[in-house]
Ligand binder design. Structure first.
Ligand code: ADP
Ligand code: MG
Length: 273
């Protein structure tokens, strides 16, 4: 028989705040394939609170897939993912969650995500893109949601564009709205999937500047997949280099990016810089 658990009371709005030493994101022995195409064999990665990790690797190495698995937008075959100690997609008793329970867990476990192509709601203003989910998903009152959304738009420098539709904003502005939307529910960890690679070159900096501020001033835990090597060197605490379905090299950003040990990392960096 199918056990329905959706009638249980909704989880509290505020995400659980882990202790500083606790691992924020733990990916353990993750195995994943699409049809018969393997992406990861046994991938493990731990990110601690306040850490900024840059995820580097050639196109097709699985950066997006890894970030989507962490957020359980994508299923996997073996291994597990934990956010603040909570196993993603499973109840404490080990039983699998339903899709709606997973959606609720995603919202309340405090994971925010920013996508390469912004993924804003095209028919909603910048303000509504940020405020809407706070009402629909987090049950915030309209007034509180609007206030919080304005605060976030202000933080990304877009208060003056609050009432504009996405198509009337530049790519850089749209991505800043997407960042504001991801931050609005106060996530414990923010995943950014190549946040600047769909932007015209002159708009890259305004987005990187916002991300840089989040890393340095707010101490937010972040995993950023990026091809911006110089940015990674400057902002990331740690670099994780993916290739051939595994982490081939990881370490302090400055070390890995200036003195790569693995030939694949070295080759990638020589092309990118
Ligand atoms: P990256 O983000 O590093 O470019 P991806 O995670 O997008 O890598 O892709 C990893 C591999 O999985 C690639 O070989 C890609 O073609 C494949 N892949 C990604 N998404 C899908 C999908 N939805 N269906 C089938 N194959 C996919
Ligand atoms: Mg990708």
């Amino acid at each position: 028989a199918v056990v329905k658990r959706d009638s249980r009371p909704a989880a509290p709005v505020a995400p659980v705040k882990p202790s500083p030493a606790q691992a924020m994101v733990e990916v353990s022995s993750l195995g994943k394939q699409y049809d018969n195409h393997p992406v990861f064999h046994s991938l493990s990665l731990t990110v601690r609170q306040g850490e900024v990790v840059a995820l580097l690797g050639p196109s097709g190495s699985g950066k997006s897939t890894l970030l989507r698995c962490i957020n359980r937008l994508e299923d996997w075959d073996t291994g597990e993912v934990r956010i603040s100690g909570q196993r993603v997609g499973f109840h404490a008793d080990g039983s699998a969650m339903s899709m709606s329970e997973i959606a609720r867990q995603r919202a309340y476990a405090g994971v925010g995500m920013v996508f390469q192509h912004f993924n804003l709601f095209g028919h909603l203003t910048a303000l509504e893109n940020v405020a809407g989910p706070l009402r629909w998903v987090h049950g915030m009152s309209a007034a509180d949601a609007q206030h919080r959304a304005m605060e976030l738009l202000d933080r990304v420098g877009l208060r003056h564009r609050a009432h504009a539709l996405p198509r009337h904003l530049s790519g850089g502005q749209q991505q800043r709205v997407a960042i504001a939307r991801a931050l609005a529910p106060r996530p414990s960890v923010l995943l950014l999937d190549e946040p600047t690679s769909a932007l015209d070159p002159e708009m890259v900096n305004e987005v990187l500047e916002v991300i840089r501020k989040l890393a340095t001033e707010d101490g937010l835990t972040m995993i950023i997949s990026t091809h911006q090597v110089r940015f990674a060197k400057e902002v990331a605490d740690r670099v994780v280099f993916l290739s051939n379905g595994a982490v081939t090299e990881e370490g302090p950003a400055h070390e890995v990016l200036t003195r790569p040990r693995h030939p694949l990392t070295a080759r990638f960096l020589s092309v990118m810089q």
